[in-house]
Write a protein that binds this ligand. Structure first.
Ligand code: SAH
Length: 249
């Protein structure tokens, strides 16, 4: 169980108050999680973080600080974003127990991540676009936003419960069809953009809406690495005009 929980990465994006980083480390360590990544924190390292970690400072010492969410999730096979509010999402929004069961099951096949947003404004739409699914803690609709570290505690607890309740498969020694990493998916999305512009299906000046719809479609699907290779093979062939010159008027 410990191994599984260690493969659940907690990513804090743009944290303003270092105390929340310390309280997050404490919340994680009590639940057996240890992989903390900070994306563009305002103040870190900071004395207040160490104070509020209250003995979980080893997580702070080992925390990696990165500039962009994309780097933090690159090696992950499943990424769950957190949101206090329902917005118009086209990836599923799960309750904590369902999201945690899913994360724990997928952690057997590679690193997975839970992503938390800024105290003031949460995660941006571009950041949510890196998530395979979202999780919302069902709070009172009139007052839905938890303190950041409190939200980490609730979800870390849900992950621990899921790992305790469900016999966790140990990672297969040989995985014949491993899940795609986020970096492989980003490669697919870039390839899509190039190919769709090349065949004039997409206006490079206005790619956003279609690309976002495609991202969500493939993020939801949970592709394997070999499926990504098949799609990229089709795109390469499409870019070349399917083996014969493109019909142009
Ligand atoms: N005003 C922001 C709230 C930010 S709270 C907004 O509306 O998005 C800071 C972070 O705590 C959020 O980005 C999220 O990671 C977490 N959080 C707070 N309340 C939550 C809830 N009800 N469900 C899931 N995550 C929550």
């Amino acid at each position: 169980m410990q191994d599984t929980l260690r493969r659940i990465r907690v990513i804090l994006v743009g944290t303003t108050h270092p105390g929340n980083i310390g309280s997050t480390a404490r919340a994680m360590k009590t639940m057996g999680l240890s992989d903390l990544v900070l994306v563009d924190p305002r103040h870190f390292p900071a004395a207040e973080a160490t104070t509020l970690a209250a003995g979980a400072d080893d997580l702070l010492v080992n925390a990696r600080v990165l500039q962009r969410l994309e780097e933090a999730v690159a090696g992950c096979v499943w990424v769950v974003g957190t949101t206090a509010r329902r917005r118009g999402h086209s990836v599923p929004v799960l309750a904590p127990d369902a999201a945690a069961r899913d994360l724990v099951a997928r952690a057997a096949r590679g690193p997975v991540a839970l992503v938390f947003g800024r105290e003031s404004s949460g995660l941006s739409n571009d950041e949510l676009d890196h998530c395979n699914a979202l999780v919302q803690i069902p709070t009172d609709p009139g007052f839905s936003s938890l303190n950041l570290a409190a939200a980490v505690q609730v979800l870390a607890y849900a992950c621990r419960m899921a790992a305790l309740e469900h016999a966790v498969a140990s990672p297969p020694a040989y995985d014949p069809d491993p899940p795609a990493t986020q970096a492989e998916l980003e490669g697919l999305f870039e390839h899509y953009l190039r190919a769709l512009v090349r065949i004039e299906f997409l206006d490079p000046e206005k790619p956003r809406h279609l690309m976002r719809r495609l991202r969500h479609l493939y993020l939801r699907a949970g592709l394997s690495a070999s499926e990504v290779r098949i799609l990229r093979g089709i795109l390469t062939h499409t870019e070349r005009g399917g083996g014969r010159p493109l019909d142009r008027p």
